[in-house]
Design a protein around this ligand. Structure first.
Ligand code: ACO
Length: 329
């Protein structure tokens, strides 16, 4: 009797897109100063490692950024959009309450018929979306998936709160994930703990034709920091164990790009040499669900990460949510 052939999933192409308006810390500080809000390049760099971020123009939405990233990923994978049978967009800044941003991306790609939906797990969104796509491919529910993280966080920032408005940026990243006879994605793990809703949230909602509550981002920075560091370490160890691998097998670590101090302490706890840590937070700020696929695509295009490398992706964000995906590219 022959054993059934195992079906796996593998990333075959990556893409990303940043809106052209790049704002340095000095430029942002000057804008905030006009409203009487004081900050400086020195404070932002020292506390976060961020030097610049990109902000989308007022008429540009998450689906606009997503579709550009998707086109780059499709071209890299040499896959026609018509052959995609699953689109998942991870976003906390959707174009509309409904339909999903994934449906809008599908229309902008000029295709129809395949499954398309959004995943809402804030900054862990891409890791969640990739895990769902991998599961659907392994069960045979899909064969060629577009998995996208896209955000216009500038829309939900309170520019009177200097503790949060300097941290975030806009952008999108995407991958094409295809069925494969050999494993690309080796293991993944997702978690959430709703007891921490209040430390990072946008509490407003739409009701009766009005926005009820505060529609801008609220964050208890020190509380987020403390939780994030522990969770990123624990989930990294757990996913490595699941895959039967060790810290020494990691060629590249791509954590969610929130803050350089969180990234450095995660790498240090994993005893990972710092030259294996991918850092883009300095140039992008925190782009929430877009940060991991943006960092992956930039590293692939610069030739840093090459086919066959073992990469650990890790997300953490509002919810609280967190998770990791270990993969061979
Ligand atoms: N410019 C100048 N001063 C500032 C600024 C600013 N932009 N923001 C805050 N300050 C001041 C505060 O008012 C405070 O002043 P005070 O001591 O006179 O009251 C002082 O700086 C220290 O404030 P803290 O909030 O204690 O500063 P901290 O060292 O904790 O750094 C930060 C704040 C950067 C937000 C940090 O807590 C952090 O990075 N936390 C994690 C946040 C994060 O990564 N969130 C996203 C992860 S999850 C996700 O991505 C959704």
């Amino acid at each position: 009797m022959t054993s059934p052939t195992l079906r796996h999933s593998r990333i075959t192409g990556t893409g990303s897109f940043l809106p052209p308006n790049r704002l340095t810390n000095d430029a942002l500080a000057a804008q905030l100063a006009a409203d009487g809000i004081e900050t400086s390049d020195q404070w932002i760099v020292e506390r976060t490692g961020i030097r610049a971020r990109h902000f989308a123009a007022p008429d540009v939405t998450s689906s606009d950024l997503a579709v550009e990233a998707a086109r780059h990923a499709l071209a890299a994978a040499d896959v026609d959009a018509a052959n995609i049978d699953l689109i998942i967009v991870a976003t906390s800044t959707p174009d509309m309450v409904f339909p999903s941003t994934a449906c809008l991306v599908q229309r902008k790609l000029g295709v129809a018929g395949c499954a398309a939906f959004d995943v809402q797990a804030v900054c862990s969104g891409f890791v969640y979306a990739l895990t769902v796509a991998d599961s659907m491919i392994r069960t045979g529910a899909a064969s060629k998936a577009l998995v996208i993280g896209a955000e216009v966080f500038s829309r939900i920032l309170d520019f009177k709160d200097r503790g949060t408005c300097v941290l975030f940026g806009d952008g999108a990243g995407a991958v094409v994930l295809e069925a494969s006879a050999t494993p690309g994605i080796l293991a993944s793990e997702l978690h959430a703990d709703g007891r921490h809703v209040e430390i990072l949230c946008v509490p407003g909602n739409v009701s009766g034709g009005q926005v009820l509550g505060d529609p801008l981002l609220k964050m208890d920075g020190p509380a987020v920091f403390k939780l994030a560091v522990g969770m990123l370490y624990d989930v990294a160890k757990s996913v490595l164990e699941k895959a039967g691998r060790s810290d020494a097998d990691i060629d590249w670590l791509i954590p969610h790009q929130a803050n350089i101090r969180i990234l450095l302490s995660t790498a240090k706890r994993l005893k990972l040499p710092l030259d294996k840590l991918i850092v883009t937070v300095d140039q992008h700020g925190n782009t929430s669900a877009a940060s991991i696929p943006l960092a992956l695509d930039e590293s692939v295009r610069s030739g840093k990460i090459v086919r066959g490398d073992t990469v650990l992706l890790e997300g953490v964000g509002g919810g609280f949510t967190w998770g990791a995906v270990l993969l061979d590219l």
